[in-house]
Design a protein around this ligand. Structure first.
Ligand code: MRU
Length: 354
Protein backbone atom coordinates (compact mmCIF):
# COMPACT_ATOMS: atom_id res chain seq x y z
CA UNK A 1 0.00 0.00 0.00
CA UNK A 2 1.38 3.38 -1.04
CA UNK A 3 -0.09 5.03 2.11
CA UNK A 4 2.54 3.29 4.24
CA UNK A 5 5.41 4.95 2.32
CA UNK A 6 4.11 8.49 2.79
CA UNK A 7 5.35 11.08 5.31
CA UNK A 8 3.10 12.19 8.19
CA UNK A 9 2.59 15.94 8.65
CA UNK A 10 1.01 15.77 12.12
CA UNK A 11 1.43 13.14 14.83
CA UNK A 12 -0.17 12.92 18.26
CA UNK A 13 1.63 10.23 20.23
CA UNK A 14 1.74 9.66 23.97
CA UNK A 15 0.14 13.07 24.64
CA UNK A 16 2.75 14.78 22.45
CA UNK A 17 1.95 16.91 19.39
CA UNK A 18 4.56 16.67 16.66
CA UNK A 19 4.74 18.47 13.30
CA UNK A 20 7.01 17.62 10.40
CA UNK A 21 8.72 20.96 9.62
CA UNK A 22 7.74 21.29 5.94
CA UNK A 23 9.84 24.42 5.43
CA UNK A 24 12.93 22.16 5.58
CA UNK A 25 11.72 19.62 3.02
CA UNK A 26 12.89 17.91 0.91
CA UNK A 27 16.47 18.23 2.14
CA UNK A 28 15.89 17.64 5.86
CA UNK A 29 13.27 15.54 7.65
CA UNK A 30 12.84 17.30 10.98
CA UNK A 31 10.00 16.57 13.41
CA UNK A 32 9.30 19.31 15.94
CA UNK A 33 7.45 18.82 19.23
CA UNK A 34 4.82 21.52 19.78
CA UNK A 35 4.55 22.63 23.39
CA UNK A 36 2.78 25.98 23.50
CA UNK A 37 -0.03 27.93 21.87
CA UNK A 38 2.46 30.44 20.47
CA UNK A 39 4.61 27.70 18.96
CA UNK A 40 1.61 26.14 17.18
CA UNK A 41 0.47 29.59 15.96
CA UNK A 42 3.94 30.26 14.48
CA UNK A 43 4.17 26.77 12.95
CA UNK A 44 0.89 27.37 11.10
CA UNK A 45 1.77 30.94 10.11
CA UNK A 46 5.26 29.98 8.85
CA UNK A 47 3.86 26.97 6.94
CA UNK A 48 5.80 24.41 8.95
CA UNK A 49 2.45 22.69 8.92
CA UNK A 50 0.27 23.64 5.95
CA UNK A 51 -2.47 22.45 3.63
CA UNK A 52 -6.13 23.03 4.53
CA UNK A 53 -7.03 19.75 6.31
CA UNK A 54 -3.63 19.57 8.07
CA UNK A 55 -3.98 23.04 9.56
CA UNK A 56 -7.46 22.06 10.77
CA UNK A 57 -5.99 19.01 12.52
CA UNK A 58 -3.05 21.08 13.81
CA UNK A 59 -5.50 23.69 15.12
CA UNK A 60 -7.58 21.08 16.97
CA UNK A 61 -4.54 19.47 18.65
CA UNK A 62 -2.90 22.88 19.13
CA UNK A 63 -5.96 24.08 21.01
CA UNK A 64 -5.80 20.97 23.16
CA UNK A 65 -2.17 21.37 24.16
CA UNK A 66 -2.70 25.10 24.78
CA UNK A 67 -4.85 24.20 27.82
CA UNK A 68 -2.99 21.15 29.08
CA UNK A 69 -1.53 23.13 31.99
CA UNK A 70 -4.98 24.45 32.95
CA UNK A 71 -6.62 21.16 33.93
CA UNK A 72 -6.49 21.97 37.64
CA UNK A 73 -8.08 25.40 37.12
CA UNK A 74 -11.83 26.07 37.64
CA UNK A 75 -13.98 25.07 34.65
CA UNK A 76 -15.09 28.61 33.74
CA UNK A 77 -11.47 29.80 33.63
CA UNK A 78 -10.50 26.73 31.52
CA UNK A 79 -13.32 27.49 29.08
CA UNK A 80 -12.41 31.17 28.87
CA UNK A 81 -8.79 30.33 27.99
CA UNK A 82 -9.90 27.72 25.50
CA UNK A 83 -12.06 30.24 23.68
CA UNK A 84 -9.44 32.98 23.46
CA UNK A 85 -6.74 30.46 22.44
CA UNK A 86 -9.08 29.20 19.70
CA UNK A 87 -9.66 32.69 18.34
CA UNK A 88 -5.91 33.31 18.33
CA UNK A 89 -5.17 30.10 16.42
CA UNK A 90 -7.88 30.85 13.83
CA UNK A 91 -6.23 34.23 13.15
CA UNK A 92 -2.98 32.53 12.01
CA UNK A 93 -4.27 31.89 8.46
CA UNK A 94 -7.52 33.30 7.05
CA UNK A 95 -8.25 31.53 3.75
CA UNK A 96 -8.55 27.79 4.46
CA UNK A 97 -11.88 27.24 6.20
CA UNK A 98 -10.72 23.96 7.77
CA UNK A 99 -8.79 25.75 10.52
CA UNK A 100 -11.79 27.68 11.87
CA UNK A 101 -14.00 24.66 11.20
CA UNK A 102 -11.88 22.35 13.38
CA UNK A 103 -11.26 24.88 16.16
CA UNK A 104 -14.97 25.84 16.28
CA UNK A 105 -15.91 22.17 16.38
CA UNK A 106 -13.67 21.73 19.45
CA UNK A 107 -15.18 24.84 21.09
CA UNK A 108 -18.72 23.64 20.44
CA UNK A 109 -17.96 20.26 22.04
CA UNK A 110 -16.52 22.10 25.05
CA UNK A 111 -19.60 24.31 25.41
CA UNK A 112 -21.99 21.35 25.23
CA UNK A 113 -20.03 18.99 27.50
CA UNK A 114 -21.80 18.04 30.72
CA UNK A 115 -18.78 18.03 33.02
CA UNK A 116 -17.82 19.68 36.28
CA UNK A 117 -14.04 19.41 36.16
CA UNK A 118 -11.59 20.90 33.65
CA UNK A 119 -9.69 17.61 33.58
CA UNK A 120 -12.77 15.75 32.35
CA UNK A 121 -13.32 18.36 29.65
CA UNK A 122 -9.68 18.04 28.58
CA UNK A 123 -10.19 14.30 28.03
CA UNK A 124 -13.33 14.93 25.95
CA UNK A 125 -11.43 17.47 23.84
CA UNK A 126 -8.53 15.09 23.35
CA UNK A 127 -10.94 12.50 21.99
CA UNK A 128 -12.54 15.10 19.70
CA UNK A 129 -9.18 16.08 18.19
CA UNK A 130 -8.39 12.39 17.63
CA UNK A 131 -11.83 12.01 15.98
CA UNK A 132 -11.10 14.94 13.64
CA UNK A 133 -7.81 13.26 12.67
CA UNK A 134 -9.36 9.82 12.13
CA UNK A 135 -12.33 11.21 10.19
CA UNK A 136 -9.94 13.08 7.90
CA UNK A 137 -8.13 9.82 7.20
CA UNK A 138 -11.37 8.10 6.19
CA UNK A 139 -12.39 11.09 4.05
CA UNK A 140 -9.06 11.08 2.19
CA UNK A 141 -9.37 7.36 1.45
CA UNK A 142 -12.93 7.89 0.12
CA UNK A 143 -11.80 10.81 -2.08
CA UNK A 144 -9.03 8.54 -3.33
CA UNK A 145 -11.44 5.70 -4.13
CA UNK A 146 -13.86 7.94 -6.06
CA UNK A 147 -11.12 9.88 -7.87
CA UNK A 148 -9.19 6.76 -8.81
CA UNK A 149 -11.95 5.84 -11.26
CA UNK A 150 -11.02 8.91 -13.35
CA UNK A 151 -7.48 7.65 -13.86
CA UNK A 152 -6.69 5.46 -16.83
CA UNK A 153 -3.58 3.69 -18.03
CA UNK A 154 -1.09 5.94 -19.85
CA UNK A 155 -2.67 9.28 -18.97
CA UNK A 156 -0.91 12.44 -17.72
CA UNK A 157 -2.23 14.27 -14.64
CA UNK A 158 -1.20 17.79 -13.67
CA UNK A 159 -1.43 19.01 -10.09
CA UNK A 160 -0.62 22.39 -8.52
CA UNK A 161 0.74 23.09 -5.01
CA UNK A 162 0.62 20.19 -2.54
CA UNK A 163 -2.62 18.46 -1.67
CA UNK A 164 -0.98 15.17 -0.76
CA UNK A 165 -0.12 13.33 2.44
CA UNK A 166 1.77 16.38 3.68
CA UNK A 167 -1.42 18.46 3.60
CA UNK A 168 -3.72 16.08 5.51
CA UNK A 169 -3.76 13.22 8.02
CA UNK A 170 -2.92 10.54 5.43
CA UNK A 171 -2.84 10.08 1.64
CA UNK A 172 -4.03 13.56 0.57
CA UNK A 173 -6.99 14.93 -1.34
CA UNK A 174 -5.79 15.74 -4.91
CA UNK A 175 -3.06 13.10 -4.66
CA UNK A 176 -5.28 10.46 -3.02
CA UNK A 177 -6.73 9.23 -6.36
CA UNK A 178 -3.17 8.96 -7.69
CA UNK A 179 -2.03 6.81 -4.74
CA UNK A 180 -5.14 4.62 -4.99
CA UNK A 181 -4.57 4.13 -8.73
CA UNK A 182 -0.94 3.16 -8.00
CA UNK A 183 -2.23 0.60 -5.49
CA UNK A 184 -4.32 -0.88 -8.31
CA UNK A 185 -1.22 -1.16 -10.51
CA UNK A 186 -2.25 1.51 -13.03
CA UNK A 187 0.63 3.13 -14.93
CA UNK A 188 0.37 6.86 -15.65
CA UNK A 189 2.37 10.08 -15.33
CA UNK A 190 2.00 12.89 -12.84
CA UNK A 191 3.19 16.44 -13.54
CA UNK A 192 3.81 18.70 -10.54
CA UNK A 193 3.83 22.49 -10.96
CA UNK A 194 6.65 23.90 -8.86
CA UNK A 195 4.27 26.48 -7.30
CA UNK A 196 6.08 29.78 -6.83
CA UNK A 197 6.70 31.55 -4.53
CA UNK A 198 7.04 28.91 -1.79
CA UNK A 199 7.60 25.90 -4.04
CA UNK A 200 5.14 23.48 -2.47
CA UNK A 201 5.05 21.58 -5.76
CA UNK A 202 8.82 21.28 -6.09
CA UNK A 203 9.69 20.79 -2.42
CA UNK A 204 6.68 18.75 -1.27
CA UNK A 205 4.60 17.24 -4.09
CA UNK A 206 7.45 15.96 -6.23
CA UNK A 207 9.15 14.74 -3.02
CA UNK A 208 6.22 12.74 -1.71
CA UNK A 209 5.23 11.36 -5.13
CA UNK A 210 8.82 10.36 -5.88
CA UNK A 211 9.19 8.71 -2.44
CA UNK A 212 6.00 6.77 -3.08
CA UNK A 213 7.36 5.47 -6.40
CA UNK A 214 5.10 7.55 -8.70
CA UNK A 215 6.20 8.49 -12.21
CA UNK A 216 6.46 12.21 -11.42
CA UNK A 217 7.82 15.08 -13.52
CA UNK A 218 8.44 18.53 -12.08
CA UNK A 219 7.80 21.62 -14.21
CA UNK A 220 7.92 25.36 -13.59
CA UNK A 221 4.52 27.03 -13.33
CA UNK A 222 4.96 28.81 -16.66
CA UNK A 223 5.45 25.49 -18.48
CA UNK A 224 1.91 24.18 -17.94
CA UNK A 225 0.59 25.63 -21.23
CA UNK A 226 3.49 24.03 -23.09
CA UNK A 227 2.84 20.65 -21.47
CA UNK A 228 -0.86 20.88 -22.33
CA UNK A 229 -0.20 21.97 -25.90
CA UNK A 230 2.04 18.92 -26.37
CA UNK A 231 -0.77 16.60 -25.26
CA UNK A 232 1.02 15.53 -22.07
CA UNK A 233 -1.86 16.42 -19.75
CA UNK A 234 -5.22 14.62 -19.85
CA UNK A 235 -6.61 15.78 -16.50
CA UNK A 236 -5.89 18.34 -13.78
CA UNK A 237 -6.58 17.59 -10.10
CA UNK A 238 -5.98 20.22 -7.42
CA UNK A 239 -6.89 20.60 -3.76
CA UNK A 240 -8.79 23.50 -2.24
CA UNK A 241 -8.80 25.81 0.77
CA UNK A 242 -12.40 27.02 0.64
CA UNK A 243 -15.28 26.24 -1.69
CA UNK A 244 -18.04 28.85 -1.77
CA UNK A 245 -21.73 27.92 -2.05
CA UNK A 246 -21.67 28.52 -5.83
CA UNK A 247 -18.56 26.35 -6.35
CA UNK A 248 -16.02 29.17 -6.72
CA UNK A 249 -12.85 27.67 -5.23
CA UNK A 250 -9.90 29.19 -3.41
CA UNK A 251 -6.66 27.27 -3.77
CA UNK A 252 -2.96 28.06 -4.01
CA UNK A 253 -2.06 31.06 -6.13
CA UNK A 254 -1.69 29.96 -9.75
CA UNK A 255 -4.56 27.47 -9.64
CA UNK A 256 -6.80 29.82 -11.64
CA UNK A 257 -4.10 30.07 -14.36
CA UNK A 258 -4.12 26.28 -14.67
CA UNK A 259 -7.94 26.18 -14.79
CA UNK A 260 -8.03 28.78 -17.59
CA UNK A 261 -5.41 26.83 -19.55
CA UNK A 262 -7.31 23.57 -19.02
CA UNK A 263 -10.46 25.19 -20.43
CA UNK A 264 -8.51 26.41 -23.46
CA UNK A 265 -7.08 22.95 -24.14
CA UNK A 266 -10.36 21.16 -23.31
CA UNK A 267 -8.82 19.23 -20.41
CA UNK A 268 -11.03 18.22 -17.43
CA UNK A 269 -10.24 20.23 -14.29
CA UNK A 270 -11.16 18.53 -10.98
CA UNK A 271 -11.02 19.88 -7.43
CA UNK A 272 -10.59 17.38 -4.59
CA UNK A 273 -12.81 18.67 -1.81
CA UNK A 274 -13.36 17.19 1.64
CA UNK A 275 -16.73 18.38 2.98
CA UNK A 276 -14.93 20.39 5.68
CA UNK A 277 -13.62 22.68 2.91
CA UNK A 278 -17.09 23.49 1.60
CA UNK A 279 -18.33 26.72 3.16
CA UNK A 280 -21.99 27.41 2.44
CA UNK A 281 -21.78 30.61 4.52
CA UNK A 282 -19.55 32.08 1.81
CA UNK A 283 -21.87 32.77 -1.10
CA UNK A 284 -19.36 33.36 -3.93
CA UNK A 285 -15.59 33.50 -4.35
CA UNK A 286 -15.67 37.29 -3.99
CA UNK A 287 -16.39 36.81 -0.28
CA UNK A 288 -13.29 34.68 0.36
CA UNK A 289 -10.55 36.47 2.30
CA UNK A 290 -7.24 36.01 0.52
CA UNK A 291 -4.13 35.84 2.68
CA UNK A 292 -1.39 38.31 1.67
CA UNK A 293 2.11 37.19 2.62
CA UNK A 294 5.51 38.78 3.15
CA UNK A 295 7.04 40.40 0.03
CA UNK A 296 10.32 38.62 0.80
CA UNK A 297 8.76 35.38 -0.40
CA UNK A 298 8.74 36.96 -3.89
CA UNK A 299 11.97 38.97 -3.81
CA UNK A 300 13.86 35.91 -2.59
CA UNK A 301 14.14 32.38 -3.84
CA UNK A 302 14.45 30.55 -0.53
CA UNK A 303 17.24 32.51 1.22
CA UNK A 304 18.73 33.82 -2.03
CA UNK A 305 17.74 37.37 -3.03
CA UNK A 306 16.56 37.52 -6.66
CA UNK A 307 14.97 40.99 -6.90
CA UNK A 308 15.60 44.47 -5.56
CA UNK A 309 14.58 44.60 -1.92
CA UNK A 310 12.53 47.80 -2.37
CA UNK A 311 10.59 46.83 -5.47
CA UNK A 312 6.77 46.75 -5.14
CA UNK A 313 5.51 43.21 -4.74
CA UNK A 314 2.16 41.45 -5.02
CA UNK A 315 2.01 38.27 -2.94
CA UNK A 316 -1.49 36.79 -2.52
CA UNK A 317 -1.19 33.21 -1.22
CA UNK A 318 -4.36 32.02 -2.99
CA UNK A 319 -6.60 32.78 -5.94
CA UNK A 320 -10.22 31.90 -6.66
CA UNK A 321 -11.07 29.70 -9.62
CA UNK A 322 -14.54 30.58 -10.98
CA UNK A 323 -16.95 27.63 -10.79
CA UNK A 324 -17.52 27.54 -14.56
CA UNK A 325 -13.92 26.38 -15.07
CA UNK A 326 -14.40 23.36 -12.77
CA UNK A 327 -15.46 20.00 -14.23
CA UNK A 328 -16.30 18.43 -10.88
CA UNK A 329 -15.52 18.14 -7.16
CA UNK A 330 -14.10 14.82 -5.97
CA UNK A 331 -15.52 14.46 -2.45
CA UNK A 332 -15.88 11.72 0.15
CA UNK A 333 -19.50 11.38 -1.04
CA UNK A 334 -18.64 10.95 -4.72
CA UNK A 335 -17.94 13.24 -7.68
CA UNK A 336 -20.13 16.33 -7.69
CA UNK A 337 -21.02 17.80 -11.10
CA UNK A 338 -22.70 21.15 -11.99
CA UNK A 339 -24.95 22.89 -11.17
CA UNK A 340 -22.70 23.38 -8.14
CA UNK A 341 -24.94 25.88 -6.33
CA UNK A 342 -27.52 23.06 -5.99
CA UNK A 343 -25.43 19.89 -5.92
CA UNK A 344 -22.73 20.94 -3.44
CA UNK A 345 -25.37 21.74 -0.81
CA UNK A 346 -27.47 18.68 -1.64
CA UNK A 347 -24.58 16.25 -1.38
CA UNK A 348 -22.49 17.85 1.36
CA UNK A 349 -25.50 18.70 3.58
CA UNK A 350 -24.61 16.20 6.30
CA UNK A 351 -21.21 17.69 7.05
CA UNK A 352 -20.41 19.21 10.45
CA UNK A 353 -21.71 22.79 10.78
CA UNK A 354 -19.01 25.43 10.82
O1 MRU B 1 -0.22 27.76 1.60
P1 MRU B 1 -0.45 26.29 1.66
O2 MRU B 1 0.74 25.47 1.35
O3 MRU B 1 -1.12 25.87 2.97
O4 MRU B 1 -1.53 26.04 0.52
C1 MRU B 1 -2.04 24.74 0.35
C2 MRU B 1 -2.98 24.60 -0.77
O5 MRU B 1 -3.32 25.55 -1.45
C3 MRU B 1 -3.58 23.24 -0.98
O6 MRU B 1 -3.81 22.98 -2.32
C4 MRU B 1 -4.90 23.15 -0.21
O7 MRU B 1 -4.73 23.59 1.10
C5 MRU B 1 -5.47 21.79 -0.21
S1 MRU B 1 -4.58 20.67 0.79
C6 MRU B 1 -5.39 19.20 0.77
Amino acid sequence: MVAEKLPKAVKYEKDELIFLDQTKLPLELIYEKQETLEQVYISIKQLKVRGAPAIGIAGAFGLLISVKNNIDKPLDEFLKNLKSNGEYLISSRPTAVNLSWAVNRMLKVAENAKVVKSKELFQILEQEAINIYNEDKKICHSIGDFGEELIYEGMGILTHCNAGALAVSELGTALAPIYKAMDKGKKFKVYADETRPLLQGARLTSYELFSAGADVTLLCDNMAAYAMSKGLINMVIVGCDRVAANGDTANKIGTMNVAILAKHFNIPFYVACPSSTYDNMTITGKDIVIEERDKKEVTHFSSCQTALENVNVLNPAFDVTPNELITGFITEYGIIKPPFNINLEKILHNKETK
